[in-house]
Ligand binder design. Structure first.
Ligand SMILES: C[S@@+](CC[C@H](N)C(=O)[O-])C[C@H]1O[C@@H](n2cnc3c(N)ncnc32)[C@H](O)[C@@H]1O
Length: 297
């Protein structure tokens, strides 16, 4: 750790904010980066800097880091190696998608569905866990549930596991593999599956903003020709793994709701609902597998 004078920090902050404006990057990212590196709160940064501030490295290294934001368009969360998500601060690296604010709503929908369908104590799976955000959100919200988290990327799983350990969620079991494959021992037993799968059509990847296109993992983004490859697989395979009246809950992209609803209808799901995110976009699909004949009276 290195002590840097308040004056030097203030000067650096001002220049960085000016650069951000020129490059059309939110200037608030400068403070966000400083806060995550120093632990200072927003008010101290703006109004009342202490005489000297402890940085994890020299000011010139902070400047090198910031230039990666400006020049290479590296997302600020990768520079800080952390991202706020729900009540957590999650470790992130370029091996994982930066967890998005809209995905936070997936947990609220999961909680509502768990309560209304009496699934709070069952076995839940987060498919394509990335940073572990959804699995951790579920573990926090459902203290009596067992949580399984799957990812095909070993590097992502290592980050997810580190996040779960740091936040003391030892109820999450992590599995390496393709979607349901590692969950074979739980066939017919899952109460719910939740997923934010890759859903961007391949041809659209080239048009994404450089922060996403150049730095976030392709594996987390590419949903195949129509963007629905992973969602289709999850819809077709889930009934083998879910128990009767099990919950299927996924995130999707704008414009996919009608196709996802039709897919779910074709495969016999019931109580299909589409939910919007805070921007009003049809973003989430919820459905239930049919109850087994023996459960229906
Ligand atoms: C859109 S990211 C979601 C990450 C995290 N759940 C979130 O919401 O921030 C999709 C994740 O699915 C994983 N993935 C892609 N293909 C997969 C597959 N065939 N089996 C399991 N996971 C897969 C990726 O590695 C990535 O972590």
């Amino acid at each position: 750790m290195v002590w840097v004078s308040a004056e030097a920090i203030a000067q650096w902050r001002q220049t960085a904010q000016q650069q951000a404006i020129v490059e059309e990057i939110p200037s608030s990212e400068v403070d966000w980066l400083l806060q995550s590196l120093t632990g200072l709160d927003r008010l101290s940064l703006r109004l009342n800097l202490p005489e000297a501030i402890e940085l994890p490295f020299e000011l010139r290294e902070l400047e090198t880091l910031w230039q990666r934001r400006i020049r290479d368009r590296v997302p600020v969360q990768y520079l800080a190696q952390s991202a706020p998500w729900r009540q957590f601060s999650l470790q992130v690296s370029p091996a994982v998608l930066i967890p998005r604010p809209e995905t936070e709503l997936l947990i609220d929908l999961a909680i509502q569905a768990a309560n209304s369908a009496d699934l709070t104590a069952g076995i839940w799976a987060d498919l394509g866990t990335g940073s572990g955000a959804i699995a951790i959100g579920l573990a926090a919200a459902l203290p009596n549930a067992a949580i399984h988290a799957v990812d095909i990327s070993l590097e992502a799983l290592a980050i997810a596991q580190a996040n779960a350990t740091a936040l003391h969620f030892d109820r999450i079991q992590f599995h390496h593999g393709r979607w349901f494959e590692p969950l074979a021992p739980w066939q017919g037993q899952l109460s719910a599956i939740v997923s934010n799968p890759p859903y961007i059509p391949t041809a659209m990847l080239a048009d994404l903003q450089p922060e996403v296109r150049l730095h976030e993992p392709q594996l987390a983004l590419d949903g195949g020709a129509d963007g629905l490859a992973a969602i289709r697989h999850l819809a077709i395979e889930a009934p083998k793994y879910l128990r009767s009246h099990g919950l299927w809950l996924i995130e999707m992209m704008s414009g996919q709701a009608a196709a996802v609803r039709e897919l779910l209808q074709q495969h016999g799901y019931q109580q299909i609902e589409i939910h919007r995110d805070l921007a009003g976009i049809d973003r989430f699909a919820i459905a239930f597998t049919p109850p087994l004949a023996k459960d229906v009276f």
